[in-house]
Write a protein that binds this ligand. Structure first.
Ligand code: DC
Length: 244
């Protein structure tokens, strides 16, 4: 049983560019939760590897590098800022060289094990948490109170990513080209041997293709609130799963 005013873990899994980060940020704000952006951790590890010339094959060195960098979040910032080697990596992690390589570095199993451990430590320190990333409900927090699987068509995700790149970096990239890259990435991500993209058991599926960010967040909030109500109601019945 869970209550909205007590420890609460929500997870948002889903493919690349499905809007997990933006959704998690708003949902966290609405429900008074901390937010964990796990993609930022893989991106930061990749940025460190680039700076230290550490190839993806050098798994042991990569893990040592990330450990030594003392990667953590500054929770005083909203959203929390990713820090390593004592400096912020917030700007660096969205650069194109990092985006191009992060998928390969995130295949490194020892790195995943290190970051999964760090993510669980974050939940221990922030027990009211919404955590987003490809494997959060499936691998990292299978015991989450409510799990979501957020998706949209590759074309819709490409259009959103194009708009974001234009706004944040001034880059004008063809949406069709981005859609093809996204579809290929989905395919690769589903076949990964560890931390593969999958719908976690018991997750509420949210298709955001035709929905605005605000509508997605409202829908998720409704799911959480109604699940909490059911859990604390006289019958206490929790059927849990479904499609939103
Ligand atoms: O969500 P994002 O684009 O910031 O994620 C960056 C990369 O890290 C992407 O290739 C997916 C990967 N990732 C992962 O493998 N596991 C996570 N929990 C989060 C991200």
């Amino acid at each position: 049983m869970f209550r909205l005013d007590q420890d609460l873990t929500l997870t948002i899994d889903g493919p690349a560019a499905s809007g997990k980060s933006a959704t998690a940020k708003l949902l966290a704000r609405e429900l008074g939760l901390s937010v964990l952006n796990t993609g930022a951790m893989y991106r930061c590890a990749t940025a460190l590897a680039i700076e230290h010339n550490c190839d993806v094959e050098h798994e042991k060195r990569l893990v040592e590098l990330v450990r030594a960098a003392r990667m953590h979040f500054d929770w005083k910032k909203d959203p929390p800022e990713i820090i390593a080697e004592g400096r912020s990596f917030m700007q660096r992690i969205t650069d194109r060289d990092v985006s191009a390589l992060v998928s390969r570095y995130s295949d490194c199993v020892p790195l995943r094990q290190l970051l999964v451990g760090m993510q669980r430590d974050v939940r221990d320190a922030h027990p009211r948490l919404v955590s987003e990333g490809r494997d959060q409900g499936s691998v990292v927090f299978p015991d989450a109170d409510v799990k979501f699987y957020l998706h949209a068509t590759p074309m819709k995700r490409a259009e959103r990513r194009r708009d974001q790149l234009l706004l944040e970096k001034g880059l004008d990239i063809n949406a069709q080209q981005l859609a093809e890259e996204i579809a290929q990435r989905d395919e690769r991500d589903r076949k990964k041997p560890y931390g593969a993209l999958t719908k976690p058991e018991g997750a509420f599926v949210v298709d955001s293709t035709e929905l605005s960010l605000a509508q997605v967040v409202d829908m998720m909030k409704m799911v959480v609130v109604s699940k909490a109500r059911r859990a604390s109601g006289p019958a206490g019945s929790e059927d849990g799963h479904g499609t939103a």
